[in-house]
Design a protein around this ligand. Structure first.
Ligand SMILES: *[C@@H]1O[C@H](CO)[C@@H](O)[C@H](O)[C@H]1NC(C)=O
Ligand SMILES: *[C@@H]1O[C@H](CO)[C@@H](O)[C@H](O)[C@H]1NC(C)=O
Ligand SMILES: *[C@@H]1O[C@H](CO)[C@@H](O)[C@H](O)[C@H]1NC(C)=O
Ligand SMILES: *[C@@H]1O[C@H](CO)[C@@H](O)[C@H](O)[C@H]1NC(C)=O
Ligand SMILES: *[C@@H]1O[C@H](CO)[C@@H](O)[C@H](O)[C@H]1NC(C)=O
Ligand SMILES: *[C@@H]1O[C@H](CO)[C@@H](O)[C@H](O)[C@H]1NC(C)=O
Length: 524
């Protein structure tokens, strides 16, 4: 009896120690695809030895549906999961929270003119901040992708769903198993679901114009720029977090973080001729701003400091790349040249960089429309023609919706392929011999104790920069933080499902965005 109690106590203490020692080790990000806000959080580790799931390793869907076409929509969703699972060899089951609902009744999006209608969106539910020792960079690993990293000794307590996906039942869809040919005004749901799920697996870039939108109200004619997503440590003080949308109060900068896809992006434009430079190089340059550890007295001080910095010029140069076609490519190192000199850096795709202005959700997270819409690599262009079914595309391009270059990118993101796709596949410009997925020996990121404005360093010095062009936003009363907060929140949410501003005219075409597709009127 006594011995039993003794052992029980020992075990309890050991478990408790492990728990407290590791509870802060995992830092994750809950993504909100609608507001584009990232919520940084602690995510607990899995407490037991990881048990391999008895389910087959493939994509599973939980489907919520409220429509007259639920049966057909459900069949289409399952077919999309079948198609991806027949190409990608998942290491663990992937769970998708999918819905097929009226965006009019559930989200109040009831545009009658069909001019810009969101048709669907998908996004990783959660990402984990991981250090990649091969280049020393911290990135956000979507949960579906990190689940492929079978060498992790400690794993998070996975969120139930890897991907959130929503499709708009108000659209004229062509469903899988619909009898008869697709109608001119119908959009193929199967193609749309596969496209969106590939985004959910991690075909997403972190580069965007959120910081520009945040800064623009403070400077007249601020030149446009893009940066990767801002990093926020989970140790951020609540008093600092409270200022995230206001003009008053301290404003932190702790650096920028990429998604893993961003590691594959290269450009020759900003370097000496023909030298492919990884965009990660420019992320590192931008992270030099105030050593990525600074607390400004207010937005005015922050914007003035940014305005006078060399990093602003880098971010503006990145904007030029992002709005000029064929300036950025996705490269792979697993290609071999015919000369047999081993792997070379080979462009797999031109990125979509032809939209002006930059369109968050379309630019960067897609492949170049002009180069690929009429090729086997059509899946990840942002614009899906109406009246074209996946069946007719598969007749034309026998490799199926996931073309050879896209499969190579999936390998470079850490996904393994099914055996029939690892057998001498030829992609543009060379042969692949190495079909091993790229899984760097990543480790969990933890915020340094010296980060200003965080719980370990609550009374750091504050930076003031009152000289410069920044002024309080004109549209809001200078003294009311509540008013300015509202004004800025609307600006930064301008592109999204709840778009308040009219989209640029170049966008008035049918668009499949990372998270949504807009249906235009001017389609074939
Ligand atoms: C789809 O069509 C195929 C072939 O016509 C049929 O075997 C299958 O049962 C159908 N699936 C659904 C869910 O209706
Ligand atoms: C699943 O999706 C629905 C509909 O989009 C959403 O309301 C719900 O919060 C999601 N569930 C989880 C656990 O993310
Ligand atoms: C993963 O572990 C296996 C077996 O221990 C090892 O052979 C392999 O090199 C490891 N891979 C990585 C990426 O560390
Ligand atoms: C699509 O075409 C059908 C048949 O011609 C028509 O009934 C329907 O209203 C059209 N839908 C749209 C959105 O134009
Ligand atoms: C690989 O390709 C060769 C030649 O095309 C073929 O004979 C062989 O069966 C293939 N192996 C697999 C596993 O598909
Ligand atoms: C992976 O990194 C950890 C430290 O983060 C190290 O202890 C381990 O040896 C590394 N494994 C390999 C295979 O390099």
């Amino acid at each position: 009896m006594a011995a039993g109690t003794f052992w029980y106590l020992i075990i309890t203490i050991v478990v408790a120690c492990q728990w407290t020692a590791t509870v802060s080790a995992m830092h994750c990000i809950h993504h909100n695809p609608v507001t584009h806000e990232n919520h940084y959080d602690y995510c607990p580790e899995h407490q037991k030895q990881y048990q391999r799931n008895t389910l087959e390793n493939r994509i599973y869907l939980d489907i919520k549906c409220d429509s007259d076409h639920c049966e057909k929509a459900t069949a289409t969703f399952h077919k999309a999961a079948d198609i991806i699972s027949s190409v990608v060899k998942f290491e663990t089951p992937i769970q998708v929270n999918a819905s097929f609902l009226s965006f009019c009744s559930t989200r109040g999006e009831c545009k009658k003119d069909n001019d810009m209608k969101a048709i669907g969106l998908a996004y990783p539910t959660v990402s984990y901040l991981m250090n990649d020792p091969t280049d020393g960079v911290t990135r956000m690993y979507p949960q579906a992708m990190l689940k492929q990293f079978t060498n992790l000794t400690v794993i998070p307590r996975w969120a139930t769903y890897d991907i959130n996906a929503m499709f708009n039942s108000d659209i004229s869809w062509y469903f899988y198993n619909d009898s008869g040919k697709i109608h001119q005004n119908e959009t193929d749901l199967l193609r749309t679901v596969i496209h969106e799920l590939v985004h959910g697996l991690g075909f997403i870039s972190s580069w965007g114009d959120e910081m520009y939108n945040r800064f623009a109200p403070y400077v007249d004619d601020l030149p446009q720029f893009i940066t990767p997503a801002k990093l926020t440590p989970s140790t951020e003080l609540q008093s600092v977090a409270d200022n995230v949308k206001t003009s008053v109060g301290t404003q932190p900068f702790w650096g920028f973080v990429e998604f893993p896809l961003d590691r594959l992006l290269y450009t020759t434009i900003l370097s000496s001729p023909n030298e492919q430079v990884p965009l990660t190089h420019y992320t590192k340059v931008l992270n030099g701003w105030c050593d990525a550890n600074v607390l400004f007295a207010s937005m005015i001080d922050m914007v003035n400091t940014w305005y006078g910095s060399t990093e602003r010029q880098t971010a503006e140069a990145m904007y030029q790349l992002a709005t000029t076609s064929r300036d950025i490519s996705i490269c792979s190192t697993r290609h071999e040249n015919d000369d047999g000199n081993g792997p070379t850096l080979q462009s797999m795709f031109w990125l979509e960089t032809s939209l002006v202005p930059f369109m968050r959700g379309s630019t960067f997270t897609h492949v170049d429309q002009d180069s690929y819409q009429s090729s086997a690599e059509y899946l990840m262009v942002y614009n899906a023609d109406r009246g074209v079914s996946l069946d007719s595309l598969t007749e034309k391009y026998s490799s199926g919706p996931l073309g050879p270059n896209l499969r190579t990118v999936l390998l470079d993101l850490g996904y393994a392929l099914q055996p029939q796709f690892t057998n001498g596949t030829i992609a543009d410009g060379g042969t692949i011999k190495n079909f091993r997925p790229s899984r760097p020996n990543v480790s969990y990121w933890a915020p340094a104790d010296n980060l200003v404005g965080t719980t370990p360093n609550p009374s750091a010095s504050i930076r003031v920069q009152s000289y410069g062009p920044a002024h309080m936003p004109v549209s809001s009363s200078a003294t009311s933080s509540a008013a300015s907060s509202t004004a800025i929140a609307e600006t930064s949410g301008a592109i999204g499902l709840n778009s308040h501003t009219s989209p640029p005219s170049t966008a008035k075409i049918m668009m499949m965005m990372i998270m949504m597709m807009f249906v235009g009127t001017t389609i074939i």
